[in-house]
Design a protein around this ligand. Structure first.
Ligand SMILES: *Cc1c(COP(=O)(O)O)cnc(C)c1O
Length: 386
């Protein structure tokens, strides 16, 4: 076996193409202000949209549950790792989403892989938006179903692909709010197409849940779509809910099918029970603290108004994800670096996370930000020179 020379060459190439990725070490909690390398930075790139990741009530619930239930769950859900904390959270999330049942997963990535492979396989067909989250695209590829991507939000393209498909089962999959663009999927039209073609529809609302819809019930609530129209709903808990993990919500039959067949559910250790207990505390805040969504909406509007006066291309988004399209990866990195010099962290998102030539600064806003912090970001964008 040769050494890793080939890998080293690949790494060097990535560096030359300004596509090299590296991590920053956070020295404190997630929040509007974060500490990196001993320096306090204004943070505009986390997914902690409601400012709950470091909320005292959620921390308290986590500590209390750790005292009672320990740290590790000790086993998978189907062996003996399914605690009353997990169960209570599933029931509360079912109530929240207005669906019969919910199943918890350890991460959103795993939920997506597990669900898609449990629902479709050889002889079936999967249709995905080209800009879907990587976990959904991977899920489609791994399922062994015929995997097709349609142009972003292009219903004519989806229609054509559905018409031509000879798949036995057909599954249409989309982000609810697109993770790197911030726009909403045309879910009503997708539901119509699914119904016309006898396909199932699955929506991953990782960035909608908590932030939009009545009481934070997400994209489907905002569009008044039922479980019959969108039978598979995936939500993640590491974003607006400020904790970690994910869930699938749907009918009794869907959830029982997943318990029997979703390999990323069956063959993995259950999340720590205290994390589920903390999430239950978070869910209560998400539901009742409407001011968080109202504040977020006001900050989004303030940011968009301010950016409209600058010679930068803000993408058409109404959500907490407000990407500034730059295009070139090197230029995007340079701007990110300039913002950092001004004490502001906005990471550069480059290919392959986004299509070639569409590198961007993915600005995310949070209810934890103040108006003056948003103004600071606007001032930093105004001062940019490249
Ligand atoms: C973040 C995200 C995921 C992955 O969820 P994790 O819990 O972080 O693994 C899945 N889908 C979408 C759309 C996401 O944005």
């Amino acid at each position: 076996m040769a050494g890793f020379d080939e890998l080293a060459i690949d790494l060097a190439q990535r560096r030359n193409q300004h596509l090299y990725r590296s991590r920053r070490v956070l020295e404190g909690p997630q929040g509007a202000q974060i500490k990196i390398n001993g320096k306090n930075l204004l943070n505009f790139c986390s997914n902690d949209y409601l400012g709950l990741a470091n909320h005292p009530q959620i921390i308290q619930a986590f500590k209390k549950a750790a005292d009672t239930y320990g740290v590790g769950s000790g086993a998978s859900h189907l062996v003996n790792g399914h605690s009353c904390c997990h169960h209570a959270l599933e029931e509360a999330l079912a109530e929240f989403t207005g669906r019969e049942r919910v199943l918890l997963f350890s991460t959103g990535y795993m939920a997506n892989l597990g669900v898609v492979s449990a629902l479709v396989g050889r002889g079936d067909a999967v249709f995905e938006d080209r800009l879907n989250h990587a976990s959904l695209l991977d899920a489609g590829r791994l399922s062994r179903a015929r995997f097709q991507r349609y142009a972003h939000a292009d219903m004519a393209d989806l229609h054509e692909k559905l018409e031509r498909s000879r798949g036995h089962r057909k599954l249409i999959i989309s982000d609810g709010v697109f993770s790197m663009d911030g726009d909403l999927a045309p879910v009503e039209k997708m539901a119509q197409q699914a119904s016309d073609s006898g396909a199932w529809l699955m929506i991953d609302d990782a960035h909608g849940l908590g932030c939009i819809g009545e009481g934070g019930r997400g994209t489907l609530s905002q569009l008044a779509l039922s479980c019959a129209e969108v039978p598979v709903l995936v939500g993640t808990l590491g974003k607006a809910f400020g904790t970690g993990g994910a869930f699938v919500a749907g009918s009794e039959i869907l959830i029982e099918t997943l318990i029997q067949k979703a390999r990323t559910y069956i063959y993995t250790t259950a999340m720590p029970p205290a994390l589920a207990a903390a999430t239950l505390a978070s869910l209560k805040l998400v539901e009742v603290e409407h001011w968080r969504r109202e504040k977020l909406a006001a900050l989004i509007s303030r940011f968009r108004t301010g950016m409209a006066a600058l010679p930068l291309q803000l993408m058409p988004s109404t959500t907490a994800i407000q990407p500034v399209l730059i295009g070139d990866s090197e230029k995007t990195l340079k701007i990110s670096e300039q913002l950092l010099q001004a004490g502001i962290l906005v990471t550069a998102i480059r290919p392959p996370t986004v299509p070639k030539g569409t590198a961007r600064l993915r600005v995310t806003l949070s209810a934890a930000h103040s108006e003056s912090q948003v103004d600071q970001l606007l001032a930093a964008f105004a001062a940019i020179s490249v």
